[in-house]
Design a protein around this ligand. Structure first.
Ligand SMILES: CCCCCCCCCC(=O)SCCNC(=O)CCNC(=O)[C@H](O)C(C)(C)COP(=O)(O)OP(=O)(O)OC[C@H]1O[C@@H](n2cnc3c(N)ncnc32)[C@H](O)[C@@H]1OP(=O)(O)O
Length: 214
């Protein structure tokens, strides 16, 4: 036993008294996060000269200082609910207010499938023109976790097995989908996959989630 359940409960209790973000605040933070995603890509791809890079560096540092004048103790984790599921605003995969999230918007369908239509930008590249395998794993872990939650049997990822069948291209429409296959006590098993624009499977994943005991 790892005490993961107790540790998470302590954090959730600490966050319980924190006022949720209003929708207007979520919307403007999501727009800011989108501008920062554009900035991330501009940083990677810029061809401006050294003096201009240094000037932008200083402007970005000034903007960071402005935002940091008031700082929350915890990321906004679960402020709104969609279809009975917690909306993870700051998730590194699907969080609209997290600039490092692609973001991948995952929906759960009535049959329990977790599904996302998304694109991955070039800053997530691994092999030339293809998505980094760790990024695909991160997306599939989240899709699998959402499927486990939608099944009413959430848990922490205990195992995650990946089979990279074909390279996953970036900058094109992709689909990720996953579903629970069975649940035994505290353990839930689920399968997921990423499909390329031609409908062919690029990555398959199988995971086991365990609800922590304590
Ligand atoms: C709407 C919200 C959507 C959220 C989506 C989120 C997706 C992202 C999810 C994550 O990224 S979670 C972060 C990555 N995972 C971790 O950090 C987990 C770290 N590991 C742990 O905290 C613990 O090992 C774990 C909670 C998984 C299990 O600890 P426990 O002490 O609760 O379980 P225990 O050791 O009592 O084992 C329970 C059962 O599971 C089995 N088991 C546990 N871990 C296993 C493992 N790794 N492999 C195989 N079997 C395992 C274990 O044998 C046992 O089987 P039996 O009931 O048959 O005896």
């Amino acid at each position: 036993m790892t005490g993961a359940g107790a540790a998470m409960r302590r954090v959730l209790e600490a966050r319980a008294g924190v006022a949720p973000l209003g929708e207007a605040e979520v919307d403007v933070l999501a727009e800011l996060a989108e501008r920062v995603r554009e900035l991330n890509e501009a940083v990677v791809f810029t061809g401006v000269d050294v003096d201009e890079i240094a000037a932008v560096r200083d402007e970005v540092a000034a903007l960071t200082a402005r935002l940091s004048v008031v700082r929350r103790e915890h990321p906004p984790l679960a402020e709104a609910r969609i279809g009975g599921m917690t909306r993870q605003l700051a998730s590194p995969v699907s969080g609209v207010v997290n600039p490092i999230a692609p973001p991948v918007h995952i929906q759960t369908l009535p049959d329990g499938t977790a599904r996302a239509e998304f694109q991955i930008g070039p800053i997530y590249e691994g092999p030339p023109s293809f998505v980094h395998g760790g990024v695909s794993a991160m997306i599939l872990d989240q899709v699998l976790g959402m499927a486990a939650s939608a099944n009413g049997t959430p848990g922490m990822t205990a195992t995650l097995e990946l089979r990279y069948r074909r390279p996953t291209p970036h900058g094109v429409p992709l689909v990720a989908e996953g579903k629970v296959t069975r649940s035994e006590g505290r353990r839930t098993f689920a399968d997921a996959r990423i499909l390329g624009p031609d409908g062919q499977v690029t990555v398959e994943a199988t995971a086991m989630f365990v609800m922590p005991m304590r």
